[in-house]
Design a protein around this ligand. Structure first.
Ligand SMILES: Nc1nc2c(ncn2[C@@H]2O[C@H](COP(=O)(O)OP(=O)(O)OP(=O)(O)O)[C@@H](O)[C@H]2O)c(=O)[nH]1
Ligand SMILES: [Mg+2]
Length: 346
């Protein structure tokens, strides 16, 4: 999963990037696009790894991309270059400034910034959608695609992001390659001064996020970046002082997994214990394809042990003895925490 940190100049994107990755990229004006990957903490993997003592343990990964803000523009706005950098991301984390930044005029206006960003993205998408409609009308070929684009036009003109159109109403195969911004999952990080880190998101802002199909979290990036750089054992006391229960990265991951409806399944063995991330609802055969395309192609069956069942019995052998090994076919819907062993033949 690749998440782009986006937003207006000086909102704290680079500081949020440092908070999430534990890196020390200098904050301040501009800079370049930067990438940083983090391990998705999962106690279940820690425990499975302790049992199997594999040669290798692999946690799920999430990567962050820090997209630099644009300075010197007279008003808020995103240039063509800025928009392109945002289009390249899989999911968006919009950082909203809710602290006084001496380098930027005007008091913080996170709700206004959210609207400005939303409107810019709608306009940018509408331009692409209209151009495609003109083209399709001239060519008079693909009526299904034209219908999809008309549907999108209608949504955008009434200020609705494309992500709100349910899958049964829009064939997203038509959207591939267009980089439509409002179809990206959106997670909003309200970035505050440390004194206000424990205040909840204002109700009106939370309601607006709901309307936009977005999720939100509050953080105080400047101080949380410092905390993230400490030894894990030392972090808890500082987080408690700040009034939050867990690290910003853990909060972010929980919010993102919820928003994107992601779950993890595991593979285990003496070589590797590993977490894999999939969307809830993914079937066994497609899940096997995450591991390797051969496993999807030659899929025969999956042997499944739910994590809790495994831990209750302590070994695969004991699970089998107890008659609890599940033998599942290609259409089995993989559940969070399933330990999968795929039988295949190519
Ligand atoms: N008080 C306070 N200051 C912050 C917070 N987050 C960032 N800052 C400060 O705001 C300034 C800008 O932060 P950056 O992280 O560079 O912001 P940015 O969005 O990456 O900026 P550009 O990439 O130039 O658009 C820096 O001086 C940060 O130290 C915060 O939560 N509280
Ligand atoms: Mg920056």
């Amino acid at each position: 999963m690749k998440i782009g940190l986006v937003g207006f100049a000086g909102s704290g994107k680079t500081t949020v990037f440092n908070t999430m990755t534990g890196l020390h990229v200098p904050a301040g004006f501009g800079g370049e696009v930067r990438l940083g990957a983090v391990r998705v903490p999962d106690e279940r993997i820690d425990k499975l790894s302790a049992i199997f003592s594999p040669k290798k343990t692999t946690w799920a990964e999430m990567s962050f991309c820090d997209v630099p803000g644009e300075h010197g523009a007279e008003k808020k706005g995103l240039s063509a270059k800025g928009l392109q950098q945002i289009r390249d991301q899989e999911a968006l984390c919009l950082v909203l400034r809710d602290f006084d930044n001496p380098a930027i005029e005007g008091t913080p206006d996170p709700a206004g910034d959210l609207e400005a960003f939303h409107v810019e993205c709608c306009f940018a998408d509408l331009e692409i959608v209209e151009r495609r409609i003109d083209r399709l009308k001239k060519e008079r070929k693909d009526l299904a695609e034209l219908a999809s684009f008309e549907k999108m036009k209608e949504a955008l003109e009434s200020d609705r992001p494309l992500r709100l159109i349910p899958p049964e109403e829009l064939d997203r195969a038509h959207l591939k390659g267009y980089g439509l911004l409002t179809d990206r999952a959106l997670l909003v990080a309200l970035n505050r001064d440390e004194g206000r880190a424990r205040e909840p998101m204002p109700a009106a802002l939370a309601a607006r996020l709901g309307q936009l199909g977005a999720a939100g979290m509050v953080l105080s990036a400047a101080v949380e970046a410092e905390i993230a750089a400490l030894e894990p054992a030392d972090q808890a006391a500082f987080l408690a002082d700040l009034g939050v229960s867990e690290a910003a990265l853990a909060r972010f991951i929980r919010t993102a997994y919820g928003l994107l409806d992601l779950i993890s399944f595991f593979t285990v063995g003496p070589d590797e214990v590993r977490a894999w991330t999939i969307r809830r609802g993914t079937r066994a055969r497609q899940a096997a394809g995450r591991i390797h395309s051969d496993l999807e192609r030659g899929f025969i069956r999956a042997e499944v042990i739910p994590y809790e069942v495994f831990m209750a019995h302590g070994s695969e052998h004991a699970v089998k003895e107890a008659g609890l090994l599940q033998i599942e076919g290609k259409d089995y819907v993989v559940a969070d925490g399933d330990i999968l062993h795929v039988r295949f033949n190519v």
